[in-house]
Write a protein that binds this ligand. Structure first.
Ligand SMILES: [Zn+2]
Length: 385
């Protein structure tokens, strides 16, 4: 690693004239708050990146594919409370940025923000100080253990949709959820919780509350879809639509149907009650957008993974105002695994093998998301994501 910088500088000189670049880093900004140091890379385009930590000395390494860092970009705000300096180098079109840290016990988190509201595409890396990570880990004995809340739709007096041969959605969702939880819990550093463990009723807001109480880093709600037209099949993935977002009739109808689950359990709430007024005080718009953006990326990763096992009805995530996705600070998605209203799919949904296949696809999508967000450290020779 010591001679690394030199070698990479040599590479820059050799490679610059011939290399074609997909992404420019136009600016690098470092800022400190009481709980974290944040480094933001402003990009002209979304970037494929990987991130990992190295020790002795403490550092964070970020590799960005087909990217170059413009000379004018360096380095507002340095040195910061946690970042001593930022080094960078090039190798075969990969920009490697090394953050030299002046302390251990920092919790690493990273995510991409899409271009919006006049701001460019950004890669954001947060180094959270110990106190902030203590709060994150308050329920986890294991430090930095990630928590995934798995939500089996419906239950108890609310059967959900019912297939032409009588299969109840609540049974399918619980079976898949349990398989998914088992897969997650085999993974080191990640722990799953179920918002419902058996065939009983749980209100939608309680599900959100349970995810929050567990300090979930991600929430996956599992459902099965139903329509009148019998031959419709395939899975789809939903995220929460922001208030006043573009109307998608199918998505709105589906959200209304899934939100009606509470009425089955005798819980009444007003229409469009997703937004938690308390939360608005805790979280700034920025944090909310971060999470909505992460939800979108999580949804995309799960769709990509579902594609590998067969039918995906919509190849991009759709949005609607689902009450169960109301934890705005947690990346949350709702997966409609297939159409229980299709007799063929109903038969498949009954089988443990198809349930396992779906669970596996959702699991892999979620793991890919964690790696992409830098929340789960991957081995060093990774493929770009
Ligand atoms: Zn449902």
């Amino acid at each position: 690693m010591k001679s690394f910088g030199l070698i990479l500088w040599a590479w820059i000189i050799l490679m610059l004239p011939t290399q074609s670049w997909a992404v420019n880093v136009n600016a690098v900004r470092v800022s400190d708050t009481a709980e974290k140091s944040r480094i933001v890379f402003e990009l002209n385009h979304a970037v494929a990146y990987t991130i990992f930590r190295m020790h002795k000395p403490e550092r964070v390494v970020i590799d960005m594919k087909h990217t170059r860092l413009l000379k004018s970009a360096m380095h507002a705000g340095l040195p910061s409370a946690t970042i001593k300096r930022v080094r960078h180098g090039m190798h075969q079109g990969v920009l490697r940025v090394v953050l030299d840290l002046n302390q251990k016990n920092l919790f690493l988190r990273s995510f991409l923000l899409k271009k919006m509201q006049g701001k460019p595409d950004r890669l954001v890396i947060d180094l959270l100080r110990k106190k902030a990570t203590d709060e994150i880990n308050v329920v986890n004995k294991h430090q930095h253990q990630l928590v995934i809340a798995v939500d089996a739709g419906h239950g108890g007096q609310d059967p959900g949709a019912i297939g032409p041969h009588g299969l109840q959605e609540k049974k399918v969702t619980l079976a898949i959820a349990k398989k998914l939880v088992a897969m997650i819990n085999q993974q080191k550093g990640v722990r799953a919780i179920l918002t419902r463990k058996n065939d009983y009723f749980v209100g939608l807001k309680k599900r959100v509350r349970l995810a929050r109480q567990a300090h979930a880093d991600m929430m996956i709600s599992i459902h099965a879809d139903a329509v009148k037209t019998r031959n419709v099949k395939g899975s789809s993935v939903y995220t929460l639509a922001e208030r006043g977002a573009t109307a998608d009739k199918v998505a709105i109808a589906l959200a209304a149907k899934e939100n009606a689950a509470d009425e089955m359990g005798g819980i009444q709430h007003q229409h469009d009650e997703v937004e938690d007024p308390m939360l608005r005080n805790i979280l700034g718009d920025m944090a909310k957008r971060d999470s909505l953006n992460s939800s979108q990326i999580l949804a995309e990763n799960i769709i990509e993974s579902l594609k590998t096992i067969g039918n995906v009805k919509y190849s991009v995530p759709k949005r609607a105002r689902f009450v169960v996705l109301g934890a705005l600070e947690i990346p949350s998605v709702l997966v409609e695994v297939d159409f229980i209203s299709n007799p063929r799919q109903e038969r498949k949904l009954r089988t443990a093998s198809y349930q396992r296949k779906l669970a596996r696809a959702i699991f892999q999508g979620s793991q890919h998301f964690l790696q992409r967000m830098g929340m789960m450290v991957k081995t060093h020779d990774k493929k770009a994501s």
